[in-house]
Design a protein around this ligand. Structure first.
Ligand code: GLY
Length: 326
């Protein structure tokens, strides 16, 4: 039988954890242990429309993996989004080449790079994950796989992107990626079961060398998901994320206890410390942890991200290294 002294000891211990008077079986304990709440976050303003589509899946109790694929297909199909999918800026030879990857709560992942004439690289990446023994297919092999899976070959170079490319050919000035407000879409979601997934898709740096692949299809660089800890994605100058395996770094920093925003900031500081020419580029990290907290951080001011949950949809300005008040 429990003595009064034991009872007082137990009460004191529970008091330290703020759980006085609650046992695991009482309804009140269930209230302390919060149910997961669905949420989706995405890079940039084009994330608003993408999140809306993802939310249709999450709000019905759907899986985070389905939500992120559905969500990023929106900018992939939108010719007005010039840095993702159809209508994306071509490389310096006038060819649109696409990169994408996807990762689920079981560490399954799939990726395509240097894919041409297929509008939805994210869906091809998902099929690489689900239907092949591999993680990544590139170029012609990725296209052949997509065609075998029923995707249609189509021209992705719109008249607007072609005209901009022809104008660029006149002086061929290399455009620094993403000082302006646009780029890759990276999307992270948690579903009502508390499971995390992420997707990342891009047409990459405008007027890049033919054959150049950035961070977006590289698991660990452009996207990483660890269902025990959280998920992270990146946007901006992909070479910087590849050199630091940036998204994986953000997840590992969260594992060590950093909040999502602090983890993103530390990853940006790592780039700044290690890579001397960082100030001429933009990089933005976005993270979501297992508790549904999110945060972001960039090199340059101007990096924003979209958030959608049951409270609604919002666009948030991320903090940045060069915008920070010292
Ligand atoms: N973050 C996109 C790229 O560098 O291609």
């Amino acid at each position: 039988m429990r003595s009064r002294r034991d009872f007082l000891k137990l009460s004191a211990l529970l008091g330290m954890t703020g759980l006085v008077g609650l046992s695991k079986t009482t309804p009140a304990f269930a209230a302390v242990k919060k149910q997961p709440e669905a949420i989706v976050v995405s890079t940039w303003e084009h994330g608003l429309a993408a999140n809306e589509a993802a939310w249709q899946v999450l709000a019905k109790g759907g899986r985070a993996l389905d939500a992120v694929e559905t969500g990023v297909r929106v900018p992939e199909a939108d010719p007005k989004v010039r840095t993702v999918g159809y209508g994306g800026y071509p490389d310096r030879d006038g060819i649109v080449t696409l990169d994408a990857c996807i990762m689920d709560e079981h560490m399954n992942c799939g990726s395509v790079a240097f894919l041409q004439n297929i509008k939805h690289p994210i869906s091809v990446a998902r099929l690489v994950m689900e239907k092949t023994p591999h993680v990544m297919l590139v170029g012609e092999g990725a296209k052949q796989f997509a065609l075998q899976q029923g995707f249609k070959e189509e021209n992705l170079l719109t008249a607007e992107s072609e005209a901009d490319w022809k104008a660029w050919l006149k002086d061929q000035k290399i455009q620094q990626i993403n000082i302006e407000n646009h780029d890759t879409i990276g999307m992270l979601a948690m579903d009502a079961a508390g499971n995390l997934s992420g997707a990342c898709t891009t047409s990459g740096a405008a007027y890049k060398m033919h054959g150049r692949v950035g961070d977006s299809p590289l698991i660990g660089a452009g996207l990483y998901v660890d269902n025990d800890i959280g998920a992270a994605t990146a946007t901006g100058m992909g070479e910087l994320m590849i050199k630091t395996v940036g998204s994986h770094l953000v997840v590992e920093l969260m594992r060590q206890g950093a909040s999502p925003e602090e983890a993103c900031k530390q990853a940006v500081l790592r780039i700044a410390r290690k890579l001397g020419d960082y100030a001429q580029f933009q990089v933005g990290f976005l993270a979501l942890n297992k508790q549904g907290q999110y945060g972001a951080y960039g090199i340059q001011p101007g990096f924003n991200y979209a958030v959608q949950n049951k409270a609604g949809s919002t666009l948030i300005d991320g903090k940045s290294l060069l915008g920070a008040k010292v």
